[in-house]
Each structure stands twice: as C-alpha cells, then as structure tokens.
Design a binder for this molecule. Structure first.
Ligand SMILES: Cc1ncc(COP(=O)(O)O)c(C=O)c1O
Length: 211
C-alpha cells in the first residue's frame, strides 16, 4: 500500500452526482463541504495582526502560554481539570493529527483502526496511509479484539450524535479490554444546540466521570 493507492477523496467522488443533480430545476441542496462563510470576528483579526512579529521557528510542543491556554479551556469549558503541560500539544488543524495518528503510533500492515460508521473520511485515510486496515463500527461491542486504535467522534460528523457519560465510559472500558488506544475527536464539542446539550457541557472523554 502506498499513498498512490489511496481512493479518491469523497468530495471528488460525488462530483458527477452533483453535476447531474444540478441539471434538474431547483438544483441541489449541497451539504458536501461545510466551509466557514461568516466574517472573521474583529477580535481574531486583531490578535492575528498583533502576532505577526513572530520571527522564530515555533516549538512543536507550543509556547508555555499556548499550553496554559489549552489547559485552562479544558477546565473552563470541558470540565476537565488536572491536565499538565505534558498532556497537551497544539496542532495546526485537527485534520493533521487525524491523518497522522496511526503512523505516529507505528501502526502498519495487519493492524486494525476502528472509526464511526458514517464518519469524517480522514479517519479511514489515516489508517490507509499507515498501511493499517480501517473498520467502520460504532458500537463498542463490535470493535474487534486486537484493534490497535479506535476513533470516536462526539458530537459526530455527519450525524450529530452525542455520546453521554455512560456511553463514553463503555467505550473506554471496551478499548481497555481489547488493548486499543482510544482517540476522541471532540472538535464540535461547543456546538450543543439541542437539550440537554444546550445547557450541559457535552462530555469529554477526559471528564472525571468518564476516565
Ligand atoms: C470530525 C472532524 N474532525 C476533524 C476535522 C478537521 O478539522 P480541522 O482540520 O479544520 O481542525 C473535521 C473537519 O471537517 C471534522 O469534521
């Protein structure tokens, strides 16, 4: 398996269907790529402008200020306290880590990487880049013995499914049973619109009630 054997990205695969659908009157409702369209808030633009005098290579681990800000966000917004600098590392986007994690863990031929059934496609791509076998399975009881890495995603893309504390505990238990690393992609954690998640924090896998 090499990088040249990767399948087309799903957006490319749906292009012919989109072209066909667009020929119908009324066209299509295109939900394929959710690219941000809102203006960048001024506070972010100002912070970016102010930070441009950064004339040195950044450290991979991030500056002490960045790491402290990440820890403090976890405590304030995710109910996760007790993190140390050794528990956090910034990435440029979550895609970078999702695509690289199987390779960074040294996975390869014969190793299984589990990801949700309807899922962000990069979980599968990352497994394939490492030469491992992706398996789509949402329910922890379906995760095969010997799996090396499990991705969970709550709230889920594209289904919006939120895993509560009990479900997350079960996921962690099952990963421990089969000896898998469990990676929880929580990039939509602050988008809880429906009850109870509009008032209650969407649980993190690092929540003390979970792990
Ligand atoms: C579930 C999920 N994880 C990760 C990403 C990657 O996000 P980014 O690289 O913009 O941080 C996306 C983007 O669509 C996503 O839907």
């Amino acid at each position: 398996m090499s990088i040249n054997d990767l399948d087309d990205y799903p957006w490319d695969k749906v292009t012919p269907y989109r072209e066909r659908a667009e020929q119908h009157s009324g066209g299509i409702c295109d939900l394929s790529i959710g690219s941000p369209t809102d203006p960048t808030p001024q506070i972010i633009r100002d912070a970016l402008v102010e930070a441009t005098d950064a004339h040195a290579y950044p450290t991979a681990a991030g500056s002490p200020e960045v790491r402290a800000a990440i820890r403090s966000w976890y405590a304030r917004r995710r109910g996760v306290t007790g993190l140390t600098d050794n528990n956090v590392i910034p990435t440029i986007g979550s895609k970078e880590l999702v695509a690289l994690l199987p390779t960074l863990l040294g996975l390869g031929e014969g190793d299984v990487v589990v990801h949700p059934r309807a899922a962000y496609p990069t979980y599968e791509v990352g497994a394939r880049v490492a030469g491992a076998a992706p398996v789509a399975a949402a329910d922890p009881d379906e995760w095969p013995e010997g799996t090396k890495l499990v991705w969970i995603n709550s709230p889920g893309n594209p289904d919006g499914r939120v895993r509560g504390v009990a479900e997350l505990r079960r996921a962690v238990e099952r990963a421990r049973e089969i000896g898998a690393v469990i990676a929880s992609d929580e990039c939509y954690a602050e988008l809880g619109w429906d009850a109870p998640w509009d008032t209650e924090t969407i649980p993190s896998i690092l929540d003390p009630r979970v792990a």
